[in-house]
Design a protein around this ligand. Structure first.
Ligand SMILES: Cc1cc2nc3c(=O)[nH]c(=O)nc-3n(C[C@H](O)[C@H](O)[C@H](O)COP(=O)(O)OP(=O)(O)OC[C@H]3O[C@@H](n4cnc5c(N)ncnc54)[C@H](O)[C@@H]3O)c2cc1C
Length: 212
């Protein structure tokens, strides 16, 4: 199986770290994902380009600068700011409608995940929590689809942790999304710069689902 990643950027920002990057808590390298390195790790080919369309009849991905690229399966993961006027399967709000197996409703050989995907069965917020957690099911289903096996349904988590940076290496969590019964929850977390993980929290953090 040959995996090709086509992306506009080769250093993609980690959006959750943007406020910390602007505040000077993180360096450029800490706040950006080195896509060439990641592609080598994953054994994928990486092309830096804009995808401008998909020729479904010809089975080709159309790029701005490169010749059309033949495909067997495609996964669309272009985030939430695309120009979607003529995009395949775009539903209300311009997002691509997918089934629980993350296949587009219009073409079962084309998948979508992350912010660009809209699941009729799960009206999800556009959050990295879901984009990240869709990764494994997406990869598994792409592989199963190529091998002619039955795909697995992705079931999003029902609650998750929201952290709001207070700008001084601390973050506040005003509520546990998706769990109204716990909405009075409030804690102050010390985000340790070196580990980028909370190192102290009050005793109620045990109720929370870890963020990705
Ligand atoms: C400032 C900010 C802070 C945020 N903080 C948080 C947070 O703390 N926690 C949280 O859970 N979520 C957060 N989010 C939301 C989170 O960033 C998104 O939900 C998540 O990044 C979506 O991931 P994705 O892979 O779907 O898309 P993206 O991360 O947007 O990645 C899409 C990639 O596709 C590339 N691309 C786009 N169009 C094309 C094209 N035509 N051809 C080729 N490549 C293309 C882009 O260059 C980009 O690299 C934040 C968002 C912002 C803007």
């Amino acid at each position: 199986m040959c995996l090709t990643v086509i992306c506009t950027d080769v250093h993609t920002p980690s959006s959750g770290m943007l406020p910390g990057y602007v505040s000077g808590h993180y360096s450029y390298d800490e706040a950006h994902i080195d896509l060439p390195r990641l592609a080598v790790f994953a054994g994928a080919r990486l092309y830096r380009d804009d995808v401008v369309g998909i020729d479904r009849a010809g089975g080709k991905v159309l790029c701005r600068n490169r010749p059309p690229l033949p495909y067997d399966r495609v996964s669309i993961n272009i985030g939430s700011t695309p120009h979607l006027s003529g995009v395949l399967g775009a539903g209300a709000g311009g997002f691509v409608l997918v089934n629980d197996q993350l296949q587009t409703l219009t073409d079962l050989n084309i998948f979508a995940a992350g912010d660009i995907a809209a699941m009729p069965n799960y009206p999800l917020e556009k959050a990295g929590v879901f984009a990240v957690r869709m990764g494994l099911p997406l990869a598994g289903n792409l592989r199963r689809n190529v091998q002619g096996r039955t795909l697995h349904a992705y079931q999003p988590q029902s609650n998750w942790l929201a952290l709001i940076s207070t700008g001084n290496c601390y973050a506040n969590t005003p509520l546990n999304h998706g769990a109204p019964e716990d909405s009075s929850y409030s804690a102050s977390l010390n985000l340790h710069r070196a580990s980028k993980t909370p190192v102290s929290a009050n005793s109620r953090t045990r109720h929370l689902t870890p963020a990705p």
